[in-house]
Design a protein around this ligand. Structure first.
Ligand SMILES: NC(=O)c1ccc[n+]([C@@H]2O[C@H](COP(=O)([O-])OP(=O)(O)OC[C@H]3O[C@@H](n4cnc5c(N)ncnc54)[C@H](O)[C@@H]3O)[C@@H](O)[C@H]2O)c1
Length: 310
């Protein structure tokens, strides 16, 4: 969609670049697609001075970055995110990878891009559903590290004219955290708020007739995980629910999904010693809590979610 504009605006000529188009969507984010990309890189004769440009959403960024970071033991890459979710989150921070056997991002590496180019003009063609999806990570960043942005979002003050400032503020929260803890040995885990249950939901619905987008899954995940937070953390559950219901449709979760979701959670990368954990923010910005959960906690949280009147 944006390839020709991108080439025009950057002054790159079609003759000077090898173009690899991949089918989009989470279902394509796997090693089969990587094999295809690596084959094209090999056929194009890329050497270690090559530069890979990932123009697309989070799937392209995660997978193209992973292919670049592993080809020839690593070639440089730049991220050019074209979705709100990728601009505010996926393209920033150097986490790259693909899904494996239904488990999200199981195979991957940490490697920073040499540059990230963020240009909100790409958002002009993004479908409404994808814009809303991106809001999930913006809401997460606001809640964990930007009280001013959280207040604006709660007051309903986010409109299309605000994308630039919204993206900048959201990216800043992620950068602050990644700078402090690039390889997730501490604070970076805070960015996983909503993702233990969210990733399991995304995997669960992936092959259904109506898959959830990443942001939709994270939105349900944030609510369910916040339900499990002790009151002492000071999480504004009511406000969070109101904000999420403004952007996301209610998607009931069938009760027979619980054991399957729990199965996915057993493979979550934050687990240690077989204990499943969720990461929760605190009322205090950039402060986090890690709590162990069991299957009945998940069942309780999902039952609260299912009973919401939206
Ligand atoms: N690496 C990280 O730190 C990180 C963080 C968050 C999410 N992620 C990953 O990001 C992925 C989700 O990213 P996403 O939400 O961007 O999904 P996506 O890449 O699947 O893109 C969503 C859809 O939007 C379309 N699209 C992209 N740009 C467009 C544009 N400008 N105009 C019109 N259509 C456009 C795509 O073709 C696709 O159909 C997930 O795989 C998730 O795991 C990674």
């Amino acid at each position: 969609l944006w390839l020709n504009t991108f080439l025009d605006q950057t002054g790159l000529s079609v003759d000077g670049v090898n173009i690899c188009a991949v089918d989009v969507g989470e279902r394509q984010k796997n090693l089969d697609t990587c094999r295809h990309i690596w084959s094209l890189m090999l056929a194009a004769g890329l050497d270690r001075r090559a530069l890979v440009i990932n123009l697309g959403g989070g799937v392209v960024g995660d997978m193209g970055g992973f292919c670049a970071a592993t080809f020839n033991r690593g070639v440089d890459f730049v991220q050019v995110p074209t979705t709100l979710l990728a601009m505010t989150d996926a393209a920033v921070g150097g986490k790259l990878g693909v899904d494996f056997r239904g488990v999200k991002n199981l195979i991957g590496v940490f490697q920073q891009p040499v540059r990230i180019f963020i240009d909100e003009q790409f958002l002009t063609t993004l479908p409404e559903r994808e814009l809303r999806s991106g809001m999930a990570e913006v809401i997460k960043h606001a809640l964990i590290g930007e009280p001013g942005l959280w207040d604006i979002i709660c007051a309903g003050g986010v409109g299309s004219e605000d994308w630039k400032s919204l993206v900048n503020r959201s990216v800043q929260v992620k950068m602050n955290i990644v700078k402090e803890d690039p390889r997730e040995s501490g604070l970076r885990a805070l960015l996983n708020f909503g993702h233990t249950i969210g990733h399991a939901l995304e995997s669960y619905f992936l092959n259904s007739e109506e898959p959830l987008t990443h942001g939709e899954a994270v939105a349900v995940g944030m609510f369910c995980e916040a339900v499990l937070a002790p009151a002492s953390f000071g999480l504004p559950l009511g406000e969070l629910q109101q904000v999420l219901s403004r952007y996301f449709l209610h998607r009931p979760i069938p009760s027979d999904a619980i054991p399957v979701l729990w199965g996915f959670m057993q493979h979550d990368k934050k687990n240690s010693g077989g204990v499943v954990r969720v990461i929760l923010p605190d009322r205090e910005p950039y402060r986090m809590h890690s709590i162990a959960i069991n299957q009945s906690d998940v069942e309780r949280a999902i039952s609260v979610y299912n009973n919401l009147r939206c």
